[in-house]
Design a protein around this ligand. Sequence first.
Ligand code: HEM
Length: 400
Amino acid sequence: MEFFLPLYNFVLSTLVVSVLFVLWRVSFRCWISPSRAYQKLKRNGFKGPSPVFPLGNIMDMKRAIEEGSRSVKSDDESFNTVSHDIHSTVFPYYACWQRSHGKVFMYWLGTEPFLYIADPEFLKQMSSGVMGKSWGKPRVFKNDREPMFGNGLVMTEGDEWVRHRHVITPAFSPANLKGMASLMVESANKMLENWTALINSGQPEIDVEREMISTAGEIIAKTSFGISHEDGKKVFEKLRAMQITLFKTNRFVGVPFNQFIAPKQSLEAKKLGKEIDDLLMSIIEDRKTGIVVNNQKDLLGLLLEGNGGNGKAGKSLTTRELVDECKTFFFGGHETTALALSWTLLLLAMHPEWQDQLRDEIKQVVGDKKEIDATMIAGLKKVKNTILNEKQMMHVFFFT
Ligand code: HEM
C-alpha cells in the first residue's frame, strides 16, 4: 500500500492542477477577459446598456422585440401600416439604446463586446489609415460562424485582411460585374415567370421575401462559383441547408458554451460545412488542372486568374482560402441583397405613385426589349437614385 501512495498523490495532484487550470481558463475567457475589455472601453468613453453575465444584453434585445410586436398587435391601425423607419421596426433595441447612448455605443452578445456605429464620420475615421486594420473582428463570429465564413474576408484581420482584399477587389471591378449581368437577368426572369404562372393559376399570395432569398442565393452561387456543374448545384443546396440550420441555433450567439445548447444543430452545421468545403475544393482543383473549363467568368474564375494560376507569393490565395471566400460571397451577398429588395418592393407596393414613376422610366429606357443589360441599368437614373443609391451607400464604402 505504501508503495502506491506516492503514485496516488501524484495522480491526485495532477488532477487537481488540471481542474484548476481548466477553471482558470474558463473564468479568464468568460469573466476576466470580458470584464477587462468592458473597463477599457468604458475608460475610452464608450457607453452602452449594462451587460448581465453570461448573456450580455441578449435578454434586453428579446424583451424589446417582444414589446415591439405586442404594441403592433394591440394597435390595429399600426398593424395595417408599415413604418418607413426600418431601423426601429427591425432593431427596436438598437433604436432604444441609440436614444439613450447616442450614435456610437457598445453592447454585449454573451461575453463579447460589440460597437454599434451609426455615425458616418466616426466610421470613416476608425476605418481609415493605420487604425483601419487594427480593429478586431468579434471572436464570437469566428467560433459560431466558422462553418459559414471560414477564414474569408469577413473574418480576416490586419495584414491578412489586406492580402485578401488585394486579390479580391479587382474581381469586383465594374467591367467584371457587367459580364455577370446575363446570369442575374436569367434568374430574375425565371422568378418572374414563376410568379406569373402562380398568379394565372389563381394563387392568392406569393411569399416575396422567400422567393427573393432563393433567387438571390441562386444568383450569388452562379456568379461566385457556378452551378451549371453538378458539384456547384450540390454546394448551393448544402449552403442553403447550412444557413437554415445555423439560423435555428443563433439565439445565444456569444454566450459561453452555446454550442452545447443546441448540439444537434451545431454538429449538423459542422458536417455540412465539411461537405461544402470538400465539394468546393474539388471544383477548384478541377478548374486549376483544367479538367473543367468554365467559360463563364464567375468570381472564382476571376480569383483563379488573379492568382496567376499558381499565384504569386504573398499576393495570392490558397485553395483553402478560395473555398472560404466562395462561402463568404454566398452568405455575405445573398440575404443582404434579398432583404433590401424585399423591403424596397414592400415600400413600392405601399406607394403606387412611386411605382408608376419608376415603371415609366423603365418603359422609356428598356422599351420592348426582352433582354436587359448593364448599360440599360446604368440609364435607369430614377431607379438608381430612389432605390439603389440608398441601399448601396454602406456597401460601396466597404469595396472602395
Ligand atoms: C444590400 C446588399 C448588401 C449589404 C447591405 C451588405 C452589407 C455589408 C456590411 C454591413 C458589411 C460589413 C460586415 C463586417 O465587416 O462585419 C459587408 C461586408 C462584406 N460584404 Fe456585403 N452587403 C451587401 C451585399 C453584398 C454582396 C452582393 C456581396 C458579394 C457578392 C457582399 C460581400 C461582402 C464581403 C466579402 C464583405 C467583407 C468585406 C471586407 O471585410 O473587406 N456583400 N457587407
